[in-house]
Design a protein around this ligand. Structure first.
Ligand code: SF4
Length: 376
């Protein structure tokens, strides 16, 4: 699996900058149950520049979809965003907006494509009706003008004979065509940021490739920024400029896509990459990461990956790792590639690295922790 090198240039160029359309900082989304509070997203930060595609990857239960719903303002009770969370879109803080204010963001600047098009499309209305409704709500179009625009959008997403199909119902469309129709509905809102939550997971590989190609074309045509959520590293390699790897509610590694594939630093990312099916490796069995993603129900005081990590040492069970810049053979240690792991920074001894993480994470006055390992 080799990431598309043309993406490399884009990714390298997409360093933290003022042109970030979306800036998520310390996002904490929790769900209250009778017994506990689930910290589904626990203090994550990332940004997306204009025209950039950021991949959010991780296993089920890592918090990817909750992140998307948090940005879209779709977290309902018993869920909530904790007060220190910040989501800035085009310079505007979104946390704390009323539902009415959020409606102008959803379908205005930000639109979302979900995994299952059938859950997005209403079976009792024609596809055209549903696109026209979006056009009416967000662009003020109606009547013939809305119908013509709906046909144009269906043509844009590659639906053949769009003038006829605009009057058909969702069940008359194939799975791939339904997802195209959902993308057309999202485009009806003329968004700057498209959030795609596993948009190809329910499709077979041929259709998946077509939808990915369509998204790339639309991105170029409309200058879209895309947050692409998936558990599939192959899809990440195909479509993303940069990648954020999530585990148990936290971002554990971030890097430009080629850099991540060539120099994964976090043991979890390495495990994910080793579990990609390969036709070249010649192995009979896929490598897997033993165990399951834990459900975080308390603030992290350790590394949540420690029970599954082949490189864990004593301090991993006592210190919560913070994201730190990592140096690799092909990139200097800078903010473009970070990993939240006590093994880094690599140019420090293990004791120094552990102390650094402990100090960054600890409340004022807390002492250093025994690293429980040899100095490098
Ligand atoms: S902090 Fe420790 S347990 Fe966590 S990923 Fe790094 S080496 Fe593994």
């Amino acid at each position: 699996m080799v990431a598309d090198s043309s993406r490399s240039d884009a990714g390298t160029a997409a360093e933290p900058a003022d042109d970030r359309l979306l800036e998520v900082e310390n996002l904490q989304t929790v769900f209250h149950t009778e017994r506990e509070t689930i910290r589904a997203v626990d203090g994550i930060s990332f940004g997306i520049a204009e025209g950039e595609t950021l991949g959010l990857v991780g296993e089920s239960g890592s918090g990817k979809s909750v992140t998307a719903r948090s940005i879209m303002g779709l977290v309902d009770s018993p869920g909530e965003l904790l007060p220190d969370s910040s989501i800035r879109f085009d310079g505007r803080e979104l946390t704390g907006l009323s539902e009415t204010q959020y409606e102008s963001v959803r379908g205005g600047g930000v639109a979302m494509v979900f995994q299952d098009p059938l859950s997005t499309l209403n079976p009792v209305y024609t596809v055209g009706n549903q696109i026209e409704e979006a056009l009416s709500l967000h662009r003020g179009l109606s009547g013939l003008e809305a119908t013509e625009k709906a046909i144009e959008l269906l043509e844009d997403v590659g639906i053949p004979d769009a003038a006829r199909r605009v009057s058909e119902y969702p069940h008359e469309f194939s799975g791939g065509m339904r997802q195209r129709a959902v993308i057309a509905m999202a485009l009806a809102c003329d968004p700057d940021l498209l959030i795609c939550d596993e948009p190809t997971t329910a499709l077979d590989v041929t259709i998946q490739a077509q939808i990915l190609e369509l998204l790339a074309d639309l991105q170029e045509e409309h200058g879209l920024s895309i947050l692409f959520i998936t558990h599939d590293m192959g899809v990440i390699a195909e479509v993303c400029d940069r990648v954020a790897v999530m585990y148990a509610g936290e971002v554990v590694e971030q890097a430009p896509v080629v850099e991540l594939f060539e120099n994964p630093r976090h043991p979890y990312t390495r495990g994910l990459l080793r579990s990609i099916p390969s036709t070249q490796r010649g192995a009979d069995r896929l490598e897997t990461i033993e165990g399951e993603v834990p459900t975080p129900n308390a603030p992290a005081t350790d590394c949540r990956f420690a029970p599954r990590c082949p490189e864990a040492f004593d301090a991993c069970r006592e210190v919560h790792p913070e994201p730190v810049p990592v140096a690799t053979e092909t990139a200097d240690a800078d903010a473009d590639h970070t990993a939240a792991c006590l093994l880094y920074p690599e140019d420090e001894t293990r004791e120094q690295a552990v102390d650094r993480h402990a100090i960054e994470d600890a409340p004022p006055g807390a002492g250093a922790v025994d690293s429980g390992g040899e100095s490098r």
